[in-house]
Write a protein that binds this ligand. Structure first.
Ligand SMILES: NC(=O)c1ccc[n+]([C@@H]2O[C@H](COP(=O)([O-])OP(=O)(O)OC[C@H]3O[C@@H](n4cnc5c(N)ncnc54)[C@H](OP(=O)(O)O)[C@@H]3O)[C@@H](O)[C@H]2O)c1
Length: 290
């Protein structure tokens, strides 16, 4: 089987590298060709355009930013005319509505579509320890299980297309809300002159604690958001996707809309490409008129 890997950004590159390490025939495409160099050096074939990669493959894995990127790379005229008879596995974070629309377009082009968004970041992608959530029919899930196990030990079948996309968005809502909530408490602790370690000592054994707090604490204390695994702009994107989808099913989204405002300030403070824990600086900034 030959796999076409489309999108070798922060997550796509280590994921594609795992396929290569497992001796799977790989052809990779990325809009910015320089990002293909590590794969090329490791023996992967690289394609000059997406259509070339799709034509050469049985299975196409997408790790692209958003639905706009998917339409541009997979469903433009030059690319979609090569899709017939192939399987598309969509692994980026998009809404269930978008995922179902893309499935329909892929099926019209004569191909099969499953979704497999992931929880975890670059370290987990490198180690093959992502949590892979699959939206597919049972038989499709079984057929692609071995391939998906290259990314995570136990890919989980959530339900039909759309359900895994929805589950992924709900987890990212938690990332945004928990981090913002912790950042506000941390800022308050600092401004009240309370010892941060004492705050953490009380928080850690309590039921309120989430491991992500300690994961982000040092970055927040240092104001150091460099070398992100997950940049602020992506959390903003996922927050927008969650708000749109949650509104459409009638939920009150005012809490996450507040989180969105904080992310917007972090982006205005030029943290778009930095780690999303930069939202701490948006909360705990001397100048809140940004
Ligand atoms: N980073 C994480 O921790 C993480 C974890 C789980 C899920 N995700 C999700 O996984 C997906 C990829 O994330 P990432 O962190 O790998 O992002 P990234 O580093 O920004 O990579 C995005 C990829 O999409 C391509 N792309 C974007 N817009 C495009 C367009 N209009 N046309 C063609 N190609 C386009 C980029 O190409 P260029 O290289 O040319 O820009 C790149 O290959 C996103 O949906 C993200 O939310 C990320």
């Amino acid at each position: 089987m030959t796999v076409a890997f489309l999108g070798t950004g922060l997550m796509g590159l280590p994921m594609a590298q795992r396929l290569l390490a497992a001796n799977i025939d790989l052809i990779a495409y990325n809009r910015t060709p320089e990002k293909l160099e590590p794969l090329k050096a490791a023996g992967a074939e690289v394609a000059a355009h997406a259509g070339q990669a799709i034509r050469a493959a049985d299975c196409i894995i997408l790790m692209l930013t958003n639905a706009v990127a998917i339409y541009s790379v997979l469903l433009s005229d030059g690319a979609s005319s090569n899709l017939a008879g192939r399987t598309v596995i969509q692994m980026g974070t998009i809404t269930p509505t978008e995922s179902k629309e893309i499935r329909n377009a892929v099926m019209i082009a004569g191909a099969e579509y499953i979704e497999a968004p992931v929880l975890g970041s670059i370290p987990e992608a490198k180690a093959g320890k992502l949590i892979v959530m699959v939206g597919a029919h049972q038989e499709q899930y079984q057929r692609h299980l071995e391939l998906l196990k290259n990314f995570g030990p136990e890919p989980i079948l959530v339900g039909c297309v759309g359900t895994a996309a929805a589950l992924k968005l709900t987890l990212n809502q938690l990332i945004a809300s928990l981090t913002t909530s912790f950042a506000l408490s941390l800022g308050f602790v600092q401004r009240q002159g309370i010892d941060v370690e004492l705050f953490m000592q009380i928080l850690r054994p309590s039921v309120l604690y989430a491991p992500t707090f300690d994961k982000k604490l040092q970055r927040m204390l240092d104001g150091n958001y460099t070398n992100p695994n997950f940049p602020t702009k992506h959390l903003m994107k996922d927050t927008d996707l969650f708000i749109a989808e949650a509104k459409s099913v009638g939920l009150n989204v005012s809490s996450i809309e507040g989180v969105r405002e904080i992310l917007e300030i972090a982006i205005k403070m030029s943290f778009a490409n930095e780690d999303y824990s930069s939202l701490f600086s948006a909360i705990n900034s001397e100048n809140m008129n940004l």
